[in-house]
Design a protein around this ligand. Structure first.
Ligand code: HEC
Ligand code: HEC
Ligand code: HEC
Ligand code: HEC
Ligand code: HEC
Ligand code: HEC
Ligand code: HEC
Length: 265
């Protein structure tokens, strides 16, 4: 197996190549090579078949996984299914020894994922992020690497339901049942938060009122009035210039409220 020096970012994955070409992790000297396979000293690639013996439940569930089709060309020019080893590193030593020291576990090493998902690395480098690079939570807390659509870990009917369920594991306060739920929750937490990270506090997608104006902007032509929900927000109290929409006394209960249908408390 010949290994290549790392190619420049430009030739890396997810750079607009045709999807099938992207799926070929090529080890030959062509500009289609996209990533340097992971390395474990002394170990070589054995193919996913070798994992079946001891991890049958994972290999059998893998058939419909997003990452099931990652292939590598070996020295004899044969394509090998390396869906396991693309994330866990070459498995020859581990398949004999069955020890933890001989295999990579990306749960504690997000770099394993980020070598391919370079865009995601830059998102996690923004000022407000989930503490993944700090090692407090892993990519697999939100993405299932072994089964189904990696973007839809719960396999729920809608992506929104599924992501909300994912977030609920750690954020029960925002995902509990409210008497008055902000209806946007049906679109999911990602309507307002970008969970990898953003430049804004609380990983909000945009700042201040513009976050809410995506859906609630109702421009009024006369008298400098701005109505939301039938109430003039540019009137005597001048709500809008006073700050964000979730300021003290305004829509503080932005996720949902048990007492106020205007999400105020
Ligand atoms: C001969 C049986 C055997 C084979 C074959 C085998 N494993 Fe394992 N694997 C084990 C055992 C046993 C453990 C648990 C080790 C422990 O907890 O000390 C393990 C643990 C793991 C872990 C978890 C490591 C950790 O840090 O928690 C990963 C990942 C893994 N195997 C991947 C693979 C992959 C990928 C293959 C195929 C290339 C493979 N295994 C083939 C026996 C095997
Ligand atoms: C997209 C990357 C990816 C692929 C592909 C992948 N894994 Fe994993 N694997 C992970 C991550 C991440 C974890 C840590 C999961 C966790 O604990 O949250 C993991 C954990 C494991 C473990 C430890 C036991 C466990 O459930 O925690 C074993 C064993 C394992 N993988 C085997 C395999 C086998 C066999 C394949 C191929 C059929 C495979 N993996 C394919 C990313 C991957
Ligand atoms: C060897 C390169 C490689 C590694 C390592 C890798 N991925 Fe991927 N990932 C891909 C490719 C290629 C796709 C696109 C698959 C497709 O579209 O069918 C993908 C797709 C995804 C998607 C779905 C993206 C979408 O737009 O639907 C998610 C989520 C994802 N990967 C997360 C992870 C996580 C988490 C890890 C680490 C546990 C990981 N990946 C490791 C290559 C990789
Ligand atoms: C806190 C939960 C969470 C964590 C942790 C997380 N993700 Fe995601 N990720 C998501 C959600 C939710 C989406 C879907 C976003 C959307 O629909 O707007 C997503 C989308 C993606 C996508 C596809 C869209 C894109 O941005 O390209 C990839 C690839 C991905 N994540 C990779 C990763 C990797 C790699 C890690 C770890 C370094 C990771 N994610 C950690 C929640 C998370
Ligand atoms: C595995 C647990 C876990 C999951 C799953 C998770 N988070 Fe988090 N979340 C955290 C941790 C840990 C922090 C950092 C808390 C801190 O720094 O005090 C955090 C912080 C946040 C913050 C910022 C809070 C603040 O006070 O600054 C928001 C917003 C958030 N998460 C939204 C989400 C969304 C949306 C999802 C689902 C896509 C999600 N989280 C999934 C663990 C998780
Ligand atoms: C309508 C937009 C919107 C949606 C949808 C949304 N959030 Fe928020 N979220 C916010 C705003 C705005 C804040 C900042 C509140 C503050 O600073 O007082 C926030 C703050 C948070 C915080 C930090 C703690 C707090 O309450 O201040 C967490 C955690 C959080 N959201 C999780 C979630 C989760 C989980 C979901 C999905 C179930 C979700 N959010 C959906 C707008 C939203
Ligand atoms: C992705 C779209 C979307 C975003 C973003 C959004 N909302 Fe909403 N909001 C809705 C929908 C849909 C409803 C229910 C229909 C309605 O009452 O207009 C609603 C209802 C409300 C209500 C209840 C109004 C009533 O009379 O019942 C308040 C208050 C509210 N939103 C405040 C906010 C605030 C504050 C923000 C910014 C943090 C925000 N919304 C962001 C879609 C959104």
């Amino acid at each position: 197996m010949r290994l290549l020096p790392r190619f420049s970012r430009r030739t890396l994955l997810l750079g607009g190549l045709a999807a099938w070409a992207v799926l070929t992790v090529s080890c030959t000297l062509t500009d289609r090579a996209i990533v340097m396979p992971l390395q474990i000293p002394g170990a070589t690639i054995v193919g996913s078949g070798a994992c079946t013996k001891c991890h049958g439940s994972i290999t059998s569930g893998m058939h419909d996984a997003t990452h099931a089709r990652l292939m590598l060309r070996d020295d004899a020019g044969q394509m090998k299914n390396v869906s396991c080893e693309s994330c866990h590193g070459p498995g020859s030593l581990h398949a004999k020894a069955g020890t933890r020291a001989t295999i990579i576990n990306p749960k504690v090493k997000p770099d394993t994922c980020l070598q391919c998902h370079t865009n995601t690395r830059s998102e996690f480098s923004l000022p407000h992020t989930h503490p993944v690079l700090a090692g407090k939570i892993g990519c697999s807390d939100c993405h299932n690497p072994h089964q189904g659509d990696a973007n839809n870990p719960g396999g729920a009917r809608t992506l929104a339901a599924s992501t909300n369920a994912t977030c609920a594991k750690c954020h029960p306060a925002q995902t509990s049942h409210f008497v008055f739920t902000h209806e946007v929750m049906r679109e999911g937490c990602v309507a307002c938060h970008a969970p990898h990270g953003t430049v804004n506090d609380k990983m909000l997608k945009s700042r201040g009122a513009s976050l809410c104006y995506q859906c609630h902007f109702q421009p009024q032509a006369s008298n400098n009035q701005i109505f939301h929900g039938g109430f003039n927000h540019a009137g005597g109290q001048a709500n809008i210039p006073a700050g964000t929409c979730w300021n003290a006394g305004c829509h503080e209960a932005v996720h949902g409220s048990n007492v106020n249908s205007n999400l105020r408390y």
